[in-house]
Design a protein around this ligand. Structure first.
Ligand code: TYM
Length: 329
């Protein structure tokens, strides 16, 4: 059976962009592929978050995975930091990748600018190699991600090809999988930048745990344009195009159908319809979430996930260390 792997950092609060760009795909694929979905808690350390806050966020992320529809039977869900073989493989790959490659990563360029005053950690620089290890250690066939992570998956492909060439066939070459609609959801208050769970202004983001009336308000006050024509045109009408994308993803209706449906409607009418869809989604997720966190469901799912993923990851890490000639693997 082919394998799907992906992860989300437990920094900030999960947004509807994470749902549309990533989680929705995980759920659609989990029955067709052997699936590995983890909480990328080691990646969160790159920006030195508060430890108590991080601990809470990790649990919340797993709870939200389950509430969104990931299922602990079809999918191995685990914490990255509990699987020691990820950083073990990462080190081997760091010694087979180059500073020039890391410097070309657009996310590193952006994040290093953002964290310039509190210091750019070495971890932030080598972050894409750990991500490469996450992917290659399971011989993942596909990696569902939003567009901002595509370059990292492409780096993983390059590192895998180089390693295979140098040390013999070791890794599968993974393929990034982007959603047809919603690979880059934009900020509601500034539709020229992407929606990000670490953004300081909460008004531009819909969080999966937002109160329903607050989520509605955020949609209703989303920045659009003065034309009041529901037409998809990301260059000239980024705000309304972003809203069309969100609506399209939540209803599975095509953009053409949506344009037709709202041909004679003003933005207020359209926004209300989107707010209804967002409300349905959030209500469903939140009802499940607040049930899931009541008992030990999360612990059981994580226990099962870490047991199986440790077995698989250990084999691959040992194979690599053996090929590199270190230790007695
Ligand atoms: P992270 O936590 O930043 O984002 C999680 C997922 O959400 C997608 N995403 C978006 N999709 C559409 N529109 C947006 N505005 C938007 N913002 C975020 C991301 O593309 C991602 O799919 N490095 C990764 C976590 C990671 C990982 C991995 C992913 C670590 N190892 C291995 C895949 C495979 C990250 O920080 O994602």
């Amino acid at each position: 059976m082919k394998r799907m792997l992906s992860g989300i950092q437990p920094t900030g609060y999960l947004t509807i962009a994470n749902y549309i760009g990533a989680i929705k795909q995980f759920i659609e694929i989990q029955k067709k592929y052997e699936s590995f979905i983890f909480v990328a808690d080691l990646h969160s350390l790159t920006v030195n978050p508060n430890p108590n806050h991080l601990r809470k966020k990790i649990r919340e992320t797993v709870g939200l995975y389950l509430a969104c529809g990931l299922n602990g039977k079809d999918t191995y869900i685990f914490n990255q930091s509990e699987n020691i073989y990820h950083p073990m493989l990462s080190w081997a790959l760091e010694c087979n990748s180059y500073i020039g490659e890391m410097n070309r990563m657009t996310q590193f360029k952006e994040k290093s600018q953002k964290h310039i005053t509190d210091g750019v950690t070495t971890g932030l620089f080598t972050y894409p190699v750990l991500m490469t290890a996450d992917i290659l250690i399971y011989d993942a066939d596909i990696v569902p991600v939003g567009i901002d992570q595509k370059q990292h998956v492409e780096l993983a492909r390059n590192i895998a090809e180089r390693f295979n060439h140098k040390y013999g066939n070791t890794f599968k070459i993974p393929v990034p999988l982007l959603p047809e609609t919603g690979a880059k959801i934009m900020n509601l208050q500034d539709p020229t930048k992407k929606m990000s769970k670490t953004d300081e202004n909460p008004k531009g983001n819909i969080y999966l745990l937002d109160e329903l009336n607050i989520a509605r308000k955020k949609i209703m006050s989303a920045i659009t344009d003065s034309e009041s024509i529901v037409k998809f045109d990301p260059i000239n009408k980024p705000g309304i195009s972003n809203l069309i994308t969100i609506y399209s993803s939540l209803t599975n209706k095509s953009i053409t159908i949506i344009e037709k449906e709202f041909e004679n409607a003003n933005y207020g009418v359209f926004k209300n319809k989107i707010a209804d869809e967002v409300e349905i989604l959030l209500k469903n997720i939140q009802t499940k979430y607040f049930n899931i966190i009541k008992d030990d469901t999360i612990e059981k799912v994580l226990d099962k996930g870490i047991e199986r993923t440790t077995q698989i990851a250990k084999e691959k890490a040992y194979e690599v260390y053996h090929k590199l000639g270190v230790g007695r693997y």
